[in-house]
Design a protein around this ligand. Structure first.
Ligand SMILES: CC(C)(COP(=O)(O)OP(=O)(O)OC[C@H]1O[C@@H](n2cnc3c(N)ncnc32)[C@H](O)[C@@H]1OP(=O)(O)O)[C@@H](O)C(=O)NCCC(=O)NCCS
Length: 192
């Protein structure tokens, strides 16, 4: 299958672009913060080499088309040009036209609807360009910010899977959210 070749998506405040090797320090700044990694199965990064390895995986994902990760970069203001977070489409099942979606935003930028804005563009891309039918998100039951974010984008809560992950040393359940293309289209183009 063909690799993902670089493109950008534009939103009101952000450029979404492919991750590059030069992003290691920016990703390290985001992923080394305890509060940001609280609900992830990996612990906060401690060395820049983890960012370098992670970017290698990201580039491999573009090459073998297993994951499409886009960096969130503000176009204007104090943080113009900086990578402040990422959104990723992964676990593609093309026969069944679905994949999972994940996201992370640096703590200084929380609460400003940056992720909501980025996800709107990535969801459009998934449904219109990739022609998927369904997106899934797997979140920690206590991750209220992530749950509210998904609800604000019309995802529906579909399930509760028990003891699915280790988050640090703690066994954790997952809440599964799903979004169908038909629901997204109905929400963004409501019948008059
Ligand atoms: C989850 C996360 C991505 C949210 O990003 P964000 O850009 O701050 O979220 P937004 O500002 O776009 O908010 C989107 C919606 O969620 C709500 N929301 C966001 N954070 C919230 C919080 N802490 N408590 C309650 N609601 C919250 C917003 O009010 C908004 O809803 P509204 O438009 O109906 O008011 C961010 O907090 C983060 O990266 N956290 C750490 C990593 C993580 O947990 N990633 C997800 C793993 S599944």
């Amino acid at each position: 299958m063909e690799m993902f070749t670089p493109f950008t998506l534009q939103t009101a405040r952000l450029t979404l672009r492919f991750v590059e090797p030069g992003d290691a320090e920016a990703l390290f700044r985001i992923m080394s913060v305890e509060a940001t990694m609280r609900y992830f199965s990996s612990t906060p990064w401690q060395a820049l080499s983890q960012a370098v390895d992670n970017i290698e995986q990201t580039l491999k994902g573009y090459r073998d088309r297993t994951a499409l990760r886009l960096a969130m970069v503000p176009r204007d203001g104090e943080h113009a040009g900086e990578v402040i977070g990422t959104v990723t489409l992964y676990a593609f099942d093309l026969r069944n036209k679905r994949c999972e979606i994940g996201y992370i935003l640096g703590q200084p930028h929380w609460g400003r609807r940056y992720t909501q804005e980025a996800l709107r563009a990535v969801i459009d891309y998934a449904f219109e360009t990739l022609q998927l039918r369904r997106l899934e998100a797997d979140i920690h039951p206590d991750n209220i910010a992530s749950e509210r974010l998904l609800q604000s984008l019309h995802f529906q809560r579909e399930g509760h899977l028990r003891q699915r992950w280790y988050v640090g040393d703690e066994v954790s359940d997952s809440i599964i959210y799903g979004l169908l293309r038909q629901d997204w289209q109905a929400a963004i183009h409501p019948a008059q």
